[in-house]
Write a protein that binds this ligand. Structure first.
Ligand code: DX5
Ligand code: ZN
Length: 220
């Protein structure tokens, strides 16, 4: 079995008590914190930026996984690195120069990755596999938490799993959107090893109960 990681998305956390929320979800067993950045331009919603990343950084030891849903991307990358991000991913169609953006992330000491929307072709991967530490497959259209899982994403995950295995590289395969206790095993079977879950975790009173149940599904 691969090493599985559960990455709660704080998009569904209580923002008025964010420090407490991230501490609680890490005590409940989160392997990393998924941090959704939306700009009301690339996606129709506006969320949090480097200041909030910096504010939560001292509250958790686990990696902070910054998912950029912004356009352009380059300008904000150094700010997130300075704010304590460990992983930075962006959508290839939001960058003018994908190779340069990936390199910029690594130059700032972070792990770099590309994110694919449900309808974004995987062609972008062809020439950059050596610059990737993580590939994120969206199983909803980006912009909001609490949407339902788009089934076609499973086929895409399976294709990317094959590409990663063929490359022989150590690249994480993350899935984001509509992940719940009921479907996490399917995403794992398709080849994902890192699972973002927002509403499924923060929408319940007991985060540990949900994370434990997810791990139980992954262990089956
Ligand atoms: C969607 C975000 C996701 C979202 C996941 O644009 O990238 O990370 O918060 O939320 P759930 O798990 O509720 O679909
Ligand atoms: Zn996300």
């Amino acid at each position: 079995k691969p090493t599985y990681r559960i990455a709660p998305s704080i998009l569904s956390a209580d923002f008025s008590r964010l420090g407490e929320e991230v501490r609680n979800v890490v005590s409940a067993g989160a392997d990393m914190i998924h941090f959704d950045v939306m700009d009301n331009h690339y996606v129709p919603n506006l969320t949090i930026g480097p200041l909030v990343c910096e504010a939560i950084r001292p509250h958790v030891q686990v990696p902070i996984d910054v998912h950029l849903m912004v356009k352009p991307v380059d300008r904000i990358i150094p700010d997130f690195a300075k704010a304590g991000a460990n992983i930075i991913t962006f959508h290839p169609e939001a960058s003018e120069h994908i190779d340069r953006s990936l390199q910029l992330i690594r130059d700032h000491g972070c792990k770099a990755g590309l994110v694919f929307n449900p309808a974004t072709p995987l062609d972008y991967l062809e020439h950059v596999m050596d610059k990737l530490d993580i590939i994120l497959i969206m199983s909803v259209n980006p912009g909001f938490g609490g949407q339902s899982f788009i089934h076609e994403a499973l086929r895409k995950i399976a294709i990317v799993r094959r590409l990663i295995d063929d490359s022989g590289r150590n690249i994480m395969l993350e899935v984001d959107g509509g992940i719940k206790i009921e479907n996490i095993a399917q995403a794992a079977a398709a080849g994902a090893d890192t699972f973002v879950a927002g509403s499924a975790i923060f929408g319940k009173p007991d985060y540990k109960l949900v994370i434990d149940a997810m791990r139980g599904e992954l262990a089956k």
